[in-house]
Design a protein around this ligand. Structure first.
Ligand code: SF4
Length: 251
């Protein structure tokens, strides 16, 4: 029998406790934000309006997978199973067959089932609405206590779902651009980058502001600061970027 350990309701807090950060990096992060916002059209519409549990599943599917493929797999999962309880009760091969289009379906199928099961056992139900009443970092820590849920997934659940909380996800594009711009060191991995990059932004920024910051850095990585050949010649950040000076980076 699952034990209900639903987090106690606390007053809604949006201002989050952040790591100490270098004021020069905050200034640079704000300059980058101001430069990229007009390029990519802030405020950027949210691409999802899923409930938090569905967003959790969507995020687990999206790891190292193109958006179109993870979106198709999410729809296939919803079509194959009537609800998330049915996924918990399913055999792994059934889940794997539904999500066959994503990268590593053989790993993601048991992970999705196990995360959903752990969530239900921890809450007593499949409902994450209570996270809206928690401070962002506490809500992220709560989610990351579930095996299989990392920093990007916890931030995605809080930011992209209908919770609309000011958590900053960092994907591979966002991470690469932040490294090239010198916002994080070359050896800082994606996981630790979440707290460092969030701390460079104002603590009282709205969920939309934080979402925009993630989206513009991700879009810049997809459209200009490419993995192999960054298009520094048409980059609006060239005067702010230490990597632009390296000839090997030029197309
Ligand atoms: S100047 Fe070049 S390396 Fe720097 S952010 Fe722009 S595209 Fe990327």
């Amino acid at each position: 029998m699952p034990v209900a350990t639903r987090a106690p309701a606390t007053p809604r807090k949006r201002k989050t406790a952040l790591l100490p950060t270098d004021p020069a990096l905050t200034e640079k992060a704000l300059a980058i934000h101001a430069r990229l916002c007009p390029v990519y059209g802030c405020p950027i519409p949210y691409f999802h309006s899923l409930d938090p549990v569905s967003e959790l599943v969507s995020s687990l599917l999206s790891h190292r997978t193109r958006n179109a493929e993870s979106g198709r797999a999410f729809k296939a999962l919803r079509a194959r199973f009537p609800d998330w309880e049915a996924v918990i009760a399913a055999e792994v091969p059934e889940i794997e067959a539904a999500i066959a289009g994503v990268t590593w379906p053989e790993l993601k199928a048991p992970r999705i089932r196990d995360v959903l099961r752990a969530l239900r056992d921890r809450c007593g139900s499949l409902d994450l609405a209570f996270l809206a009443d928690m401070e962002v970092e506490a809500a992220r820590a709560w989610l990351q206590a579930i095996p299989g849920v990392g920093p990007k997934t916890s931030a995605a659940v809080l930011s992209f779902s209908t919770l609309r909380m000011p958590a900053l996800p960092v994907d591979s594009h966002h991470h690469r651009v932040a490294q090239r711009l010198g916002l994080i060191g070359a050896r800082v991995d994606v996981g630790p980058a979440h707290a460092i990059l969030r701390a460079q932004l104002p603590a009282d920024w709205s969920a939309q502001d934080i979402y925009d910051n993630h989206e513009i850095l991700m879009l810049h990585g997809q459209q200009v600061c490419h993995h192999r050949k960054p298009a520094c010649g048409r980059c609006v950040l060239v005067d702010l970027c230490p990597s632009a000076r390296r000839p090997m980076r030029e197309p």
